[in-house]
Design a protein around this ligand. Sequence first.
Ligand SMILES: CC(C)(COP(=O)(O)OP(=O)(O)OC[C@H]1O[C@@H](n2cnc3c(N)ncnc32)[C@H](O)[C@@H]1OP(=O)(O)O)[C@@H](O)C(=O)NCCC(=O)NCCS
Length: 187
Amino acid sequence: MLFLWNGEARLSETSSVTRTMATVTREANEDDTGVLADLLRRAFRDVAERFDLTAENCPKNLAFCTEQRIKDDLERGVRYYILEEERKICGCIALERAKPDVCYLMRLAVLPGHRGKGHGKMLVHHIFEKARDVGAQRVEIAMISKDRKLKNWYKKLGFLQKGTKRFDHLPFTVAFMYRELSREEGE
Ligand SMILES: CC(C)(COP(=O)(O)OP(=O)(O)OC[C@H]1O[C@@H](n2cnc3c(N)ncnc32)[C@H](O)[C@@H]1OP(=O)(O)O)[C@@H](O)C(=O)NCCC(=O)NCCS
């Protein structure tokens, strides 16, 4: 059984699953931009394939992420956090403070070979914690509306949908979801 404690994923002694431990090791800095761009491109490849997204019809999709984009993110104050398993970077997530009480959860990615072990959930909970630390009361996300599995996954993490929108520059409908943060709950 996988359980979460202080930002670490651990397997209980009774687990029959291969023992693994992944940790959100640190906040990223300017030395990590190349690694992060590469990670995001690899993690979003299957998303691009599933929704027929190409560099031509959807250059903003993270399957086509450039190092410059990460640099620009860091410059405007987006904070990236890195997930490592056995000292290898296998995931990331980012947080942008949109308003004093609202943070955006962005750039969530776990490499395909590392999925299904609770790492994504741990990254999201890490962001809840960081958002609380800066006094936010709500975390918001934008996602491909048709990605039903992902939407249900976010719902299980307490997100609610607040609407959808079509944008001229995107070949899919965007769904907006939010999660209220209560001070009491200890995620
Ligand atoms: C979404 C993502 C980060 C989840 O990472 P993870 O480490 O596998 O997450 P967890 O192990 O905590 O949770 C696994 C769950 O994710 C679900 N899931 C979420 N999105 C999914 C998708 N698009 N396709 C298949 N399963 C998905 C799985 O069904 C599984 O559900 P279960 O726990 O009920 O079995 C990972 O699938 C990923 O990087 N996807 C590509 C990038 C992406 O879509 N990012 C989000 C952009 S808004």
